[in-house]
Write a new protein. Structure first.
Length: 145
């Protein structure tokens, strides 16, 4: 992790990738970069035990029907939320901008405390996780002008 006295953080995330960036005057620096280990896993592999036995809600008359990728995405978003909570209480930042697709943003809102929600200064519904670091920094400069 990069130590910084800067108090403005930007979360750029989707359901499987996240970058937390600090805004240093006119430049940006990545503080955390996190990828879900389950991001590119097939659903059938998410629902198997170590012996390869497959478990599915389709075989039960009363299943919750939850998509396994959706559950993995929710777990990843919760992990990012927990990290933000921890860093917020360590006084690493006091202003936060969220840049996420709408589905991920909705899940993030559900897992954040009121205290952390109070420092969110902007929410931008956009998926820019696919950008290279240089492209990301250039896009952030335009989005946050």
């Amino acid at each position: 992790m990069i130590e910084t006295n800067n108090k403005k953080w930007i979360l750029v995330a989707d359901g499987g990738n996240a970058k937390i960036v600090t805004h240093l005057e006119k430049s940006f620096q990545v503080v955390y970069e996190i990828q879900s280990p389950l991001q590119h896993t097939y659903s059938k592999n998410l629902a198997t035990d170590k012996d390869g036995n497959f478990y599915s809600n389709k075989h039960h008359s009363k299943g919750n029907g939850a998509d396994l990728h959706d559950q993995a995405e929710t777990a990843f978003i919760n992990e990012i939320g927990d990290l933000l909570e921890k860093e917020f209480y360590l006084d690493k930042f006091n202003k936060l901008t969220l840049i996420m697709p709408s589905k991920a943003l909705g899940k993030m809102r559900l897992c954040l405390s009121k205290s952390l929600k109070s420092v969110i200064k902007e929410e931008i519904v956009k998926d820019i996780t696919y950008l290279s670091e240089n492209e990301l920094f250039a896009r952030l400069g335009k989005l946050l002008e």
